[in-house]
Design a protein. Structure first.
Length: 223
């Protein structure tokens, strides 16, 4: 079996050669490097979390059955673009510097089953599109690994999305992503400690209070 450090050095030399002699990498070379990087990321997740990760406390919610759409919410639509109505989603630990949406918890990164592909995806949704907030102990290794992966990569989960968003003239930004060990050390994700449970309960209480306030405002609003 080839030494992974040696493989890493060879890939970096290949990247430097392409940038020096060709100016930009071809699409084929970029896809090969991205796939290699994703294999490295999967191995790092397995090393950091092990084959059977410990359960973690997490904020869980459901997508609303209907939501307002269009000017002044004149229309009603079922679910969201990515999730079916009442789909279960796992809310990642709020990190305000992730999203350029003005702070607060108006937008949150969630993991859930996609409406079309039926595969797990990570997307940013409005907190007003979620309901039935609660704290649960998550045992699924797939969801736990997805949380760490999204916290380390910022949500880049699609190969096509990476290929078309990374400029040709620049070194890929995901090349220097934090390792899963760094994500766990900095507590960017939920864990199984009592402190993490208290933080999750605080998020749930905040979102429930905001949902109740919106409901009361709608009731007071004249028809």
């Amino acid at each position: 079996m080839m030494d992974p450090d040696r493989t890493t050095r060879r890939q970096r030399k290949r990247l430097a050669f392409l940038r020096r002699h060709e100016g930009v990498m071809s699409l084929e070379h970029r896809i090969r490097l991205i796939r290699w990087h994703r294999r490295q990321r999967r191995d790092a997740l397995l090393t950091a979390l092990g084959p059977h990760p410990a359960p973690v406390w997490c904020v869980v919610a459901n997508v609303v059955a209907e939501r307002p759409y269009g000017p002044r919410g004149a229309e009603r639509r079922r679910g969201t673009k990515h999730f079916v109505p009442e789909a279960k989603v796992y809310v990642l630990k709020p990190l305000w510097d992730w999203f350029p949406y003005g702070g607060g918890m108006s937008h949150l990164m969630v993991i859930g089953r996609a409406r079309k592909t039926h595969r797990s995806i990570a997307v940013v949704v409005r907190s007003t599109w979620l309901t039935n907030w609660r704290v649960q102990l998550v045992y699924s290794p797939h969801i736990i690994r997805a949380m760490v992966r999204v916290a380390a990569t910022g949500g880049y989960d699609s190969l096509r999305e990476i290929v078309h968003k990374v400029p040709d003239q620049e070194t890929p930004t995901y090349w220097n992503d934090p390792t899963p060990e760094a994500v766990l050390t900095k507590k960017w994700v939920w864990d199984g400690t009592a402190e993490s449970k208290r933080q999750a309960e605080h998020v749930v209480s905040t979102m429930r209070a905001a949902e109740l306030s919106r409901t009361m405002d709608e009731l007071r609003r004249p028809e």
